[in-house]
Design a protein. Structure first.
Ligand code: GSH
Length: 120
């Protein structure tokens, strides 16, 4: 079962690399503003998790160089569980300028949030 999971994971990564989505184009100024606002946002994820790939593809489409955090590393896994409440990925950690932090689970909710905030 573990082998099947590993093979499927690698296949998903390969297909994702081959069929990589096109990125939204912004003016340099707009892109800089977007990247500035992304400083408070981190995606806790596993490389080969299909739901994480889905979120990364949406981020690529929206031209969002999201900081990704490997939730398999013990320190990050602990931060995810302590902050978000469960060991599940993808999870988007959003830190507002005010210091308020939101841990958002569910790939569809994360994508909807990114699209609503950055699609235009
Ligand atoms: N409905 C969730 C499913 C997420 C999910 O099942 N993630 C798996 C990895 S692919 C997970 O975190 N499992 C918990 C674990 O591996 O400990 C979503 O769309 O984000």
């Amino acid at each position: 079962m573990k082998v099947v999971r590993i093979v499927l994971g690698q296949l998903i990564l390969l297909l994702n690399a081959i069929f990589s989505p096109k990125s939204l184009k912004r003016s340099d100024e707009d892109q800089q503003e977007v990247e500035e606002s992304l400083k408070g946002i981190k995606l806790y994820q596993f490389d080969a998790c299909p739901f994480c790939v889905k979120v990364r593809r949406a981020a690529k489409r929206l031209n969002l160089p999201l900081q990704t955090i490997d939730a398999k590393q013990a320190e990050h896994e602990e931060a995810l569980i302590n902050g978000g409440g469960k060991r599940k990925v993808p999870c988007l950690r959003i830190e507002e300028a005010s210091g308020d932090v939101t841990w958002m689970y569910e790939s569809n909710d994360i994508i909807a949030y990114l699209e609503q905030r950055y699609a235009n």
